[in-house]
Design a protein around this ligand. Structure first.
Ligand SMILES: [Zn+2]
Length: 254
């Protein structure tokens, strides 16, 4: 058992009996860390109020190998993202990003890239003009960090370059199962492949490589929005093997 100190963001909280909570953190050094916060719901607890979803802080915990639940020693709040919390749409998307990280990230596999992505996304979310576009940016960047990024330039069956002039007039076929675009010769290899406009595919490449500072200057049509939401939504569902509750909520309520 060793005392550990790491940056952490709260990505899930779950009540345990009357006064305790199970908290899931995402950390750059240990990946996902699940821990019990004893007595945290008591007003006397010094951790009371600091272990809310999305909170970013410094976590001290007793690390025990091969244990599902760790013991929290302390959590010093760095940022509570109040500007996200005070806006219903922003907090809803913020919860979705946390749920997405929780659904794919493996316990104990550290990914500083995923931590940085989540952290910078929450800062970008405070100022985002087009929040669904930011969400598509988060999805593609997160899939890349997690090793599931789709192939957007070369046919995933034959390897030929897929770009303007090599696709038919309806657009580009995308296969969730094969993990990327299909050329016009190969598009029938996956009966479930669907077509997106060339412009939507190009936009997705832009979202993939753009820094968050650029996002408020990127414009997307209604069609781009619909196609990328469907493409990334189906792709994420395929890899997580479930429908995320917060995504369903966004679709039904926002
Ligand atoms: Zn092909």
């Amino acid at each position: 058992m060793a005392a550990q100190k790491t940056q952490a963001i709260v990505i899930r909280t779950f009540p345990l009996q009357e006064f305790h909570k199970i908290i899931t953190f995402y950390t750059p050094d240990f990946g996902r860390v699940k821990a019990v916060a004893y007595g945290v719901k008591s007003p006397k607890s010094r951790l009371s109020g600091s272990l809310e979803l999305l909170n970013h802080g410094t976590l001290l915990f007793q690390h025990r190998e091969n244990r599902e639940l760790q013991n929290i020693t302390d959590f010093n709040l760095i940022d509570g993202f109040d500007a996200i919390r005070s806006d219903f749409t922003r907090i809803t998307y913020g919860c979705y990003f946390a749920e997405l990280v929780d659904s794919i990230a493996s316990e104990g596999i550290a990914s500083p890239e995923i931590f940085d992505l989540l952290h910078t996304t929450y800062h970008a979310l405070v100022h985002a003009d087009d929040i669904p576009l930011l969400a598509r940016g988060f999805e593609i960047k997160f899939l890349d960090c997690a090793g599931y990024g789709p192939e957007l330039s070369r046919c995933v069956q034959c390897g030929s370059s897929v770009r303007e002039g090599t696709t038919d007039r309806f657009g580009i076929a995308f296969s969730v199962r094969y993990g990327g675009v299909l050329c016009s010769e190969c598009k029938n290899r996956d009966g479930a492949a669907f077509t997106i406009a060339l412009g939507s595919c190009e936009l997705l490449k832009v979202l993939r490589k753009s820094e968050w500072e650029r996002f408020n200057r990127i414009r997307a049509s209604t069609r781009n929005h619909q196609e990328l939401k469907r493409l990334l939504g189906n792709f994420i569902e395929y890899h997580t093997e479930r429908t995320l509750k917060s995504l369903r909520f966004i679709e039904n309520v926002l």
